[in-house]
Design a binder for this molecule. Structure first.
Ligand SMILES: Nc1ncnc2c1ncn2[C@@H]1O[C@H](COP(=O)(O)OP(=O)(O)OP(=O)(O)O)[C@@H](O)[C@H]1O
Ligand SMILES: [Mg+2]
Length: 231
């Protein structure tokens, strides 16, 4: 284990180990490209690492955005370090959180990891095209996922609901979809359209590391806690 990873593991992260003891797999996926899958997977990985959770990462997208992000983080020597993603479709969770970043068009590979998922995290941009794609994605998931898997839908890159009809309509559509899909929930938190998420990708840092007191940081903490509470 590298020094940086050791530093991460020394922070008493037991609290952020999955409660079941065997580990839990979060698959971040949607059929729609550009919905924020890699951004969310990376930020959750850094968030868990900061809590001493030592997450495992799997990158099954040939674009390798998550792997590139981890390399940037490693190059700048940011602490805590995050372990490089593997590409393995057969996941061994080792009692930890495992985050899987899927490619939008990679239906076959996604289908290989979905049956192993405890949580399927589905970012949805506020647009009708994304609502339709999400509906189709939920249909694809239905026969593949474990009976007790949770499906967590959330609006990403949202403008404030009081100012954006798209955000309101997308949130309403997600609630209807969740109501019709066993084990599905709409997360109580949205992630706003914020420049900090773009900087996060450019710099290999979590949004909450860029500016601790910024709105993006507050939102991400609430979001990550809501995800952890699913298990
Ligand atoms: N909440 C947000 N606010 C602003 N920009 C965001 C937000 N979430 C993601 N982005 C930006 O949207 C773009 C797409 O994000 P990302 O690459 O994570 O999507 P993706 O779903 O992984 O894409 P792909 O389907 O190509 O793998 C990136 O430039 C990212 O910085
Ligand atoms: Mg991606």
């Amino acid at each position: 284990m590298s020094k940086k990873l050791k530093a991460a593991s020394n922070k008493g992260g037991k609290k952020y180990a999955p409660a079941n003891g065997r580990g839990a797999v979060i698959v971040v996926s949607n059929l729609k490209g550009g919905s924020g899958k890699s951004t969310i997977a990376f930020n959750l990985a850094v968030w868990l690492a900061a809590k001493g959770g030592e997450p495992l990462l799997v990158d099954i997208d040939p674009q390798k955005t998550l792997s590139d992000l981890v390399s940037v983080r490693d190059e700048i020597g940011a602490e805590p370090g995050v372990a490089s993603p593997s590409e393995r479709l057969n996941i061994v969770a080792e009692g930890r959180w495992t985050l899987v970043d899927c490619g939008a068009a990679e239906v076959a590979r996604t289908s290989a990891v979905v049956p192993q998922a405890d949580i399927i995290l589905v970012p949805v941009l506020p647009s009708q095209a994304d609502i339709w794609a999400t509906q189709r994605f939920l249909e694809i998931l239905r026969p593949q996922r474990k009976a007790d898997a949770r499906v967590a839908l959330f609006v990403n890159r949202a403008d404030p609901p009081d100012k954006s009809r798209e955000t309101r309509e997308t949130l309403a559509a997600l609630k209807v979809m969740a109501g019709m899909c066993e084990g599905a929930v709409v997360l109580p938190t949205m992630l706003g359209r914020r420049i900090a998420f773009c900087r996060s990708l450019s710099e290999g840092l979590g949004v909450f590391e860029l500016k601790a007191k910024a709105k993006a940081s507050e939102e991400f903490h609430a979001f990550a806690k809501a995800v952890m509470a699913l298990r």
